[in-house]
Design a protein around this ligand. Structure first.
Ligand code: ZN
Length: 340
């Protein structure tokens, strides 16, 4: 089937699970009650995607507070009690982050609960997202390793353990999220992609990397204003990704200033093309979706195009996110009719 649909990863959390419209929301309950709420929200996320016609679904990242820290919570060697302020993505915004204080190791499984909950309730293909090593090390403070690359590879090993376990849970695709690649382009090409390969080692399910210009939060939209008329960051990192065994690349295309000809640098890859803008509440029409797919088709063979959202939808309003999911499903169907 042409133009299968997926989403970047996250969906908004229901207000009975966590504070709405926040990137780092507070949970509404704790203990067993929170666990039940996470499970219910996961099943709802599955259902909403299925109903919208999304082919490769996710668990909506309903069981993690934040896409990076959801992983870090299950890692030994990190001190969450003494957070420090850190500039993130080259000081684009400040956040209170935990510190690495001793050798890193997993306390156990990280995402088994929600992966198995989702797997048990859908026959669709299931994609699972994990933060990439470079993005992780740019979202916490180091008081132990004293070397960015060393710490990134330590995380890559832990990610690999969890990715292999998720595959055993029945996940069909592991996607690593590396928004930091668009900020540290030289490092991404130098060692970031290699760290990613370490994280994906031994996987036989599909593998993907998502690189983007971030959620539709103000810090990101302000940053984008400084990037000029053409966003060419992908140009510096695509050759290294193209040379890697990672099979798919998820990137933003809708309402973005990325020159789409850069996609031709990804010769052998499936391109998950963002056709839904997450930085705008305006709902795309199916025709908008078709138009973006058509533009991508000029640079990527149509058999290699998947339609997705530009980035995660975690901070959005639920009704808007759901309307955008329906636009994605309907738009991809229309694209199959018109361009198939
Ligand atoms: Zn993103």
């Amino acid at each position: 089937m042409l133009f299968p649909t997926t989403i970047a990863g996250s969906l908004p959390k229901p207000e009975w699970l966590a504070e709405p419209n926040k990137l780092w929301p507070t949970w509404r309950s704790s203990g067993d009650e929170l666990q039940r709420a996470k499970r219910d929200a996961t099943l709802l996320a599955v259902k909403v995607q299925e109903d919208a016609g999304i082919d490769i679904i996710t668990e909506g990242e309903q069981a993690r507070q934040h896409f990076v820290h959801g992983f870090l919570e299950k890692v030994d060697g990190i001190d969450f009690a003494h957070k420090v302020e850190m500039g993130i993505r080259k000081d684009r915004y400040k956040a209170m982050v935990p510190q690495v204080v001793s050798p890193l190791q997993l306390k156990g499984r990280v995402h088994a609960f929600e992966a198995q909950a989702a797997r048990g309730h859908t026959r669709n293909k299931l994609k699972f997202t994990l933060p990439g090593p470079m993005t992780i090390i740019d979202t916490l403070s180091d008081s132990y390793y004293g070397d960015r690359v060393k710490m990134a590879f330590a995380f890559a090993e832990l990610l690999n353990q969890e990715a292999l376990a998720l595959q055993a849970d029945g996940v069909d695709m592991i996607q690593f999220d590396e928004p930091a690649f668009n900020v540290f382009m030289d490092e991404a090409a130098d060692w970031g992609v290699k760290a990613l390969e370490r994280a994906a080692k031994g996987l036989t399910c599909a593998t993907a990397v998502h690189i983007c210009y971030g959620y539709g939060i103000k810090a990101n939209t302000d940053w984008k204003e400084t990037l000029g008329g053409e966003w060419r960051q992908y140009e510096q990192i695509f050759p290294a990704i193209d040379a890697s065994p990672i099979q798919q690349v998820a990137i933003e295309c809708r309402n973005s200033r990325v020159p789409l000809e850069l996609l031709s640098l990804l010769k052998g890859k499936v391109v998950q093309a963002g056709v839904i803008d997450v930085a705008s509440d305006e709902i795309e029409t199916p025709e908008d979706v078709v138009a973006t797919i058509e533009a991508v088709m000029k640079h990527v063979p149509k058999a290699n195009i998947t339609a997705t959202t530009n980035c995660g939808m975690a901070p959005m309003h639920r009704d808007i996110a759901e309307a955008k999911l329906r636009a994605l499903g309907t738009g991809a169907r229309l694209a199959r009719e018109k361009l198939g």
